[in-house]
Design a protein around this ligand. Sequence first.
Ligand code: PLP
Length: 383
Amino acid sequence: MNKIYFDNAATTQIDPSVIELMNGVMSNHYGNPNSTHSFGRSSRTLIEKARKSISKEFNVLPSEIFFTSCGTESDNLILISAVRDLGVKRIITSKIEHKAVLNVVKFLELNDRINVEYVKVKANGLIDYDDLDQILNTNKQKTLVSLMHVNNEIGSLLDLTTVGDICKKHDAFFHSDTVQSIGKYKLDLSKLNIDFIVGSAHKFHGPKGIGFVYINKKLKLNPLLIGGNQERGLRAGTESVHNICGMELAFIDSYNSIEKNKNYILDLKNYFIEKITISIPLLKFNGICEDNNYSTYSILNVCLPVSKDKSVLLEFNLDLKGIACSRGSACQSGSNTGSHVLNSILTKSDLEKPSLRFSFSKYNNKSEIDKVIKVLSDFINSN
Ligand code: PLP
């Protein structure tokens, strides 16, 4: 059976060229990058080359990029250290952020008595910028705004320029969880009013267990992980040289083919929308995900006209046929509370029905879409 992988927002297939490169690095560059002998120096050279590649793409300095283990660690580092080191007393975020932000904010509210405010999210999944402006106006506490660029469940996009300008007007720090947009959107950080962004290699065909943060050079944060002086004192622990190199290659490749991949994936998404609308006319799109001006080209979240009691059967059926997609978001599996994102934007009656997230990559094709839509419509018509 040919399996179909439509869960690329959860993680992506690692590029074969990345695996090959990483194998070479593990075999030939095993020196500790902090050692001063030639083995160490060759590893150090690779790490600094990767830092340069990433910073060049964002038009920032290499010294503004720090390597971490993942997106979650990057978000933790920024939020916790901003409170401890930058005098932040209030965080403004939204109820549709990833748990890597939401749960850290809750932790800070409880443990550091940070004032937390949630900006309005419209029914279409977009952030209400006027509300953000108003909340920022209400008091002059030192504030960090944390809003994600691309929502991992419904794909809605944040206008980084607009939010950056609002934050600047109110002298607030701005952190954007860009985990879902790195490799898919070009970001010239020198032109944006943004203090922190984050990335995670496994979302752009790189390895798991490696990520990065960008921290504007004007801001000085202290580490969460205490120990050696790695990453110029911001993150202790011997650097994962092969992972960093794998991330660099996946990063460069995705930006080198960004237009080609974007056009290809957008075409897949539009094809999916067109076909599924014909086959399952009672289906609804969650948020604004079918409008490519306001949502990313790789994510589609649909609410199916199936009763709640049949939804388990639906998932079982898809899995049995080798189809991988996501109910809500994979990062929440194990929890039975449903998606906090869909809970924020759907009506009660739509929450009663199953919603599925399909997320596409350059490795998918239209015949896979035909197969998935046939399986879905056969299931729906048989009930
Ligand atoms: N932020 C967003 C928007 C995500 O989608 C994810 C992963 O799904 C994360 C953060 C966490 O990234 P990682 O899996 O690298 O910890």
